[in-house]
Write a protein that binds this ligand. Structure first.
Ligand SMILES: Cc1ncc(COP(=O)(O)O)c(C=O)c1O
Length: 490
């Protein structure tokens, strides 16, 4: 059935609830704002508080009626090209958990990218599955992970015929995409379901000038964060799947297990509105965002010491597409870290970035930005590049030397789940070679784990981590972030 994508069934119901004048003998305790403390009222305002209710406690009835949600999800399924969609209130994180639990059980092999989001590790621990890693290359100039190539995916599918699924992250944080159609073809030839972590691609489906989206490319399932680049409020996401490759009934149960039993109706309403906006006006909105971002990229690249990643990324290993609305701007030639650049932009120019690492800052451009916003950004960089040029000998902070030495994956001795629950102890890092890691260790850059739970620790890895600690690289994952000690299985 073809639906009129201008409709917003869930959003409309929430608006109806607000004007119906119910006396709320249900959650939350502030009772539509009437009992809310002053500061909270000031922060959220009455229009928000008057619909701050949980799905089961108001918009329809108290019998956990899901008719409206399902209807809104069916509109989303049609818009994103899936057989079934689910609205998520705990981000793409929870969609990845639900998918891993649907597709894999204890000891099952699952093919996953080494630079997967950390929700994948939790999915592996929850399910007990055994990862087979696809290792993307690292761009030596930018220090960012590139994408998983179709050749690597084909190799893994051939070497691991029993794998229960293959996951690929595309686009990456920096907007780089894999050849999804080729991975889908390889997965289907092997009879293995193909899942795309498309957290950074909720918009792709709606504008032909953007990279191809997962469902068009043939994925069996995908998850998109509607809060990242489109108008869903923070924490919202959509999980989508096709019946041919995925057991939809089981996925439905897993979604229920990984979501709150009190989903916020504002979140659902915002997903409904975001879907409508994309399905009806997405192409135009994103065309103009692309134009703005390209303009800013060109202007930034004219400035001394400023470098903004562009379509040249398409020549890098494994990279088949590039989302031009993502601006990755290197701080290296400005002579300091991306973290310092973030602080300067925030404090001196009132510009807040999406993320910073030792080498770069990353900014999102969407249809919510005006040309004046992009002009402000370019003017800030112009001013700052001028200031840096005057400050001779600013020093270089770029720890790019370490990137080339990143040690390869060793061997998975235990499943992540076995290692996670095994007895463990924190040992001095120097004594860890030959042991099995109980934790994940991910230095930034490039944000690819050097170790995961259950993996053999080599002397090379110990030496690398010692160098990373000495250089002051930011390390995510271990209990002891100074890396003086590492937790190993005992
Ligand atoms: C590639 C990728 N996947 C999944 C997630 C999790 O998304 P969410 O924050 O919506 O839970 C993120 C978050 O940054 C991500 O970058």
């Amino acid at each position: 059935m073809s639906r009129d994508q201008r409709d917003t069934p869930y959003l409309d119901a929430v608006l109806r609830y607000r004007s119906a004048g119910y006396s709320p003998f249900h959650t939350p305790g502030h009772k539509l704002g009437r009992g809310a403390p002053e500061g909270l009222r000031e922060l959220l305002g009455d229009p928000c508080l008057q619909v701050d209710i949980a799905m089961a406690g108001g918009v329809e009835d108290t019998r956990e009626s899901t008719h409206l949600v399902r209807l809104a999800e069916d509109y989303a399924a049609e818009a994103w090209g899936a057989d079934r969609c689910w609205f998520l209130v705990n981000g793409s994180t929870s969609g990845i958990h639900a998918l891993v639990l649907t597709l894999c059980g204890p000891g099952d092999e699952v093919i996953v990218p080494r630079n997967a989001h950390k929700s994948m590790l939790a999915g592996l621990i929850f399910s007990g599955a055994m990862p087979v890693y696809l290792e993307p290359a690292v761009d030596p100039l930018w220090g960012i992970p590139l994408t998983v190539s179709a050749e690597a995916a084909r190799w893994a599918l051939t070497e691991h015929p029993a794998a229960k699924a293959i996951f690929v992250t595309s686009p990456t944080y920096n907007g780089l995409g894999s050849d999804l159609a080729a991975v889908a073809a390889a997965a289907h030839a092997a009879g293995v379901p193909f899942v795309t972590d498309q957290a950074w691609g909720p918009h792709l489906r709606f504008c032909p000038e953007l990279p191809v989206d997962a469902m068009t490319a043939g994925a069996d399932a995908a998850v998109v964060s509607t809060h990242k680049l489109i108008s869903g409020i923070t924490q919202t996401a959509v999980l989508m799947a096709r019946a041919e490759g995925i057991n939809l009934a089981r996925l439905d149960s897993m979604v229920a297990m990984t979501q709150s039993t009190s989903p916020q109706v504002l979140m659902y309403a915002s997903i409904d509105a975001a879907r409508q906006q994309m399905a009806t006006r997405g192409a135009d909105l994103w065309r103009s965002a692309i134009e703005q971002a390209e303009w800013a990229r060109d202007e930034l690249n004219k400035l001394p010491g400023v470098r903004c990643l562009g379509a040249e990324a398409l020549s890098r290993q494994g990279v088949a597409s590039f989302d031009p609305t993502r601006l990755t701007i290197s701080s290296c030639d400005l002579g300091h870290s991306g973290h310092k650049l973030e602080t300067v932009l925030r404090e001196d120019y009132r510009i807040a970035v999406e993320a910073a690492d030792p080498l770069n800052v990353v900014l999102n451009v969407t249809y919510g930005d005006s040309h004046a916003d992009l002009e402000k950004l370019v003017a800030a960089f112009r001013d700052y590049a001028g200031r840096r040029a005057e400050q001779a000998g600013g020093g270089s902070a770029a720890p790019t030397g370490l990137l080339a030495q990143a040690p390869a994956f060793t061997r998975q001795v235990l499943t992540p789940r076995e290692a996670f629950f095994a007895p463990s102890a924190a040992l001095p890092l120097a004594k860890c070679a030959g042991r099995v890691s109980a934790e994940m260790v991910t230095p930034y850059p490039p944000g690819i784990p050097v170790l995961g739970p259950g993996e053999a620790i080599s002397a090379e890895i110990v030496a690398y981590l010692e160098a990373a600690a000495a250089t002051g690289l930011k390390v995510h994952g271990p209990e002891d972030r100074t890396l003086l000690t590492l937790r190993v299985v005992t």
